[in-house]
Design a protein around this ligand. Structure first.
Ligand code: HEC
Ligand code: HEC
Length: 193
């Protein structure tokens, strides 16, 4: 009898973690609709859709709300984001946060990438740590370069509000290094494969 009780408790302990993460299955189910553009596990295979695997869950929710409320410029995500409640966004956020980013290979200019690395370390690494790896300031390392080009142009041309204190650094790097600064940074991020 005692033996059976122990087994029952053991079984319960094994099931409990699954219940306490009850959000994830629905997050995963919802994430299927994103696969066509962002890849099955959030690692996109097309250059104009960003990879979202390994994205910090808080950033994910912020970004999606930005799209939903038309605060962030987009070609398609504004319409898509409007279909989801806060709770659904959180469920998907956890699903994508747990996926490992699979980086695709893309062409980059090695000389520009070397310049970009130096600029990154001086101007950007404070917030985009580890060379811009997926973290709480989004994903730059290994991200698709065409997507990064749109993102930077959106900030610079005022279509997307800058995160706090980022504008100062972007202005500074362009002032110091000229028009090659942003392309160099993008080639550096693209070179991380
Ligand atoms: C038809 C293609 C398409 C589908 C489907 C799609 N996306 Fe997107 N997504 C994009 C594109 C393109 C962008 C870049 C912004 C834009 O132009 O809309 C983007 C941007 C994003 C970003 C911003 C990433 C970053 O680094 O800031 C997130 C997060 C995102 N999508 C999540 C989702 C989720 C979650 C779903 C499913 C519910 C989804 N997307 C479905 C094409 C798509
Ligand atoms: C003070 C902190 C800070 C600094 C410095 C900073 N950033 Fe950012 N950056 C952020 C945060 C936070 C986000 C994500 C929030 C968002 O999407 O609005 C972000 C987002 C981005 C994105 C958009 C990613 C996407 O998925 O669309 C790009 C590109 C970017 N930063 C490039 C740079 C570059 C290049 C530099 C250096 C010249 C830089 N940042 C310096 C905080 C910073």
């Amino acid at each position: 009898m005692r033996y059976n009780n122990n087994i029952a408790i053991l079984a319960l302990l094994m099931i409990l973690p699954a219940f306490s993460q009850a959000e994830s299955p629905s997050g995963q189910a919802l994430a299927f609709t994103c696969a066509g553009c962002h890849g099955t596990d959030g690692s996109s295979v097309g250059p104009s859709s960003p990879s979202i695997a390994g994205m910090d869950p808080d950033v994910f929710v912020d970004v999606m709300k930005g799209y939903r409320e038309d605060r962030r410029n987009s070609t398609i995500m504004n319409r898509i984001a409007k279909a989801y409640t806060d709770e659904q966004l959180r469920g998907m956020a956890w699903f994508f946060a747990k996926q490992k980013l699979q980086v695709s290979s893309q062409k980059y200019d090695p000389q520009l990438a070397v310049v970009g690395e130096k600029l990154h370390n001086k101007y950007c690494n404070k917030c985009h740590e580890k060379g811009g790896a997926a973290g709480d300031s989004g994903t730059l390392a290994g991200q698709w370069m065409p997507y990064l080009r749109y993102s930077m142009a959106d900030y610079i041309d005022g279509r997307r509000p800058y995160p706090r204190k980022m504008k100062r650094k972007v202005d500074a790097v362009i002032e110091a290094e000229g028009t090659d600064a942003v392309p160099a940074l993008i080639h550096y991020y693209g070179s991380q494969q």
